[in-house]
Design a binder for this molecule. Structure first.
Ligand SMILES: [Zn+2]
Length: 321
């Protein structure tokens, strides 16, 4: 079992970094608002269209060029996702204008846009920010979101991969196997609940049980137990627990939220997006989709629409089994 999780840390940007980040935010906000105007004038701006417009705009505008390309592209990507989602049945409407005063800063950097050096978060265009490392990152982060909460505190939220083994194999003696794994499950669930404020769990598909052998059934039951344990513990501890329906989680691109035409074959381990070109492990992509759905306050891939829901400290976690 593998998890894609967010690890959040406090940031302590100095004055120079703060004003650089703020300037970057206003450029990104400007681009988002341009996309909103474009849509309001009757266009349907896709990411590829917006990406071309960005390239042109950066050629013409020194102000945009002063900023980094990565967060600007990410902003338009998020916009395109939000717009795509606004066509779904339970949509909350079009992506909205981001006013200067009432929107909080949020910048996304992918691999190309950041590194971690000497304990500092180094962002594109030479912005260097000290991080309060309250715990160790379990793997190289694939992206980071720099954001400010309502109190004006700064955070970096890294997306990382972590292996989680709640259940070893059911083994020959199923009874012992399950007893053993129940203990492991409790430890595993406790660790996750202790470290995350949002827990997203993919809901179980019971039809898998019907096809399985006895041993497989035992393993499935144990996984069911681990999930139940996680959900119950999470609720008791006052965490936000979201059960996400498995529909479309493996067919949706975690980067642009476009949906693949066909379901992936089970043997196919890699997800490839024909819209944005994203390529990543099937399970990892699905876990990122589940996390994105839960972070936006939804339980189904179909329901995701844009909302600037930011998590406070603690981070969030998506679990698939
Ligand atoms: Zn995509």
């Amino acid at each position: 079992m593998e998890e894609v999780v967010r690890y959040s840390f406090r940031l302590r940007p100095g004055r120079t970094a703060q004003s650089a980040l703020m300037a970057e935010w206003h450029r990104c906000r400007f681009l988002w608002n341009e996309a909103v105007y474009l849509q309001q004038s009757g266009e349907r701006p896709t990411y590829s269209k917006l990406s071309k417009l960005l390239t042109d705009a950066r050629t013409r505008s020194a102000w945009l060029r002063d900023g980094a390309q990565v967060p600007q592209q990410q902003m338009l990507r998020t916009y395109a996702q939000a717009l795509a989602q606004s066509f779904s049945v339970q949509s909350r409407g079009w992506p909205k204008f981001k006013p200067r005063k009432s929107t909080r800063l949020s910048l996304e950097y992918t691999r190309r846009g950041f590194t971690i050096r000497n304990g500092r978060l180094m962002l594109a265009k030479g912005v260097s920010v000290p991080v309060v490392w309250s715990r160790r990152l379990p793997s190289e982060p694939t992206s980071v979101r720099v954001h400010q909460d309502s109190l004006g505190d700064w955070y970096a939220s890294f997306v990382v991969r972590r292996s989680a083994e709640p259940v070893t194999s059911a083994g020959e003696n199923t009874g012992i196997g399950i007893d053993q794994s129940r203990h492991d499950s409790r430890v595993w669930a406790k660790r996750i609940v202790d470290h995350h404020s949002l827990i997203a769990v993919e809901d179980f598909r019971p039809q898998f049980l019907a096809k399985s052998t006895l041993a497989r059934k035992a393993a499935d039951a144990a996984i069911g137990f681990a999930k139940r344990e996680l959900v119950n513990r999470g609720i008791r501890a006052g965490r936000k627990v979201v059960l996400v329906q498995p529909a479309y989680t493996t067919m949706t691109c975690s980067r642009c939220f476009a949906r693949a035409k066909q379901q992936l074959e089970l043997a196919e381990r890699t997800f490839r997006c024909s819209d944005c070109g994203y390529c990543g492990g099937r399970d990892r992509n699905a876990a990122r989709v589940i996390l994105a759905v839960a972070e936006r306050g939804h339980t189904r891939v179909d329901d995701v629409s844009q909302s600037s829901h930011l998590l406070r400290a603690g981070g969030s976690v998506a679990v698939r089994a």
